[in-house]
Design a protein around this ligand. Sequence first.
Ligand code: HEC
Length: 176
Amino acid sequence: MLKSKYRTLILLLLSMAFIGQSNSADDSKKIDIPDSAFKCLIELTASGTFFVDNLLGNLEATLQVANSSSGGKFPPGSLVTLVPNEVMIKHREGWNPGTNDWEFFLLNISAEGANIAARGTEEVGNQAGSCFGCHQLARPEWDLVCGINHGCAPLPFTREQIQGVQNSDPRCSKEN
Ligand code: HEC
């Protein structure tokens, strides 16, 4: 009796360690992300409904996937954003296979710039739920990018409402 309880405990601890490990990101594959990486939306490059950048200077490769009509795998350094305070950034391959190496960011935005309110993988979300929870519904060839017809449930906003938010990024009014 006691012995089997002990065994259950060991199994529980082992499975927790395993789960912990499967969620832990590999730091050697992590890209350094300063607050200055989060620029005014309309200074970025538009791709369809959203905006992109590449923090490793490889914008061409990011645009090639973002503009593709058949999807693809975004290269490391890719930054994708739809509304000013929500951003996805791709780390190097192997950082966190569970999210295709994407990290999700929720930002505080003001005329002074951006700082990070929350960042991470499956655990980060907004009022509507987990970023990953929604984005994982994109069909595999779209690399967690929802677009307008990649398999995610649509947002309850019109295109005009989304564009309104994009055009009112408080960071853009700053002289630079
Ligand atoms: C309720 C589901 C849902 C949640 C929660 C959600 N998203 Fe999205 N997201 C979407 C959908 C759907 C789109 C595409 C919307 C469109 O353009 O019409 C989208 C678009 C985006 C885009 C533009 C690229 C793309 O996938 O089309 C980024 C970047 C993004 N979301 C990041 C985030 C981040 C970061 C979070 C968490 C802080 C988050 N999202 C939470 C559903 C969601």
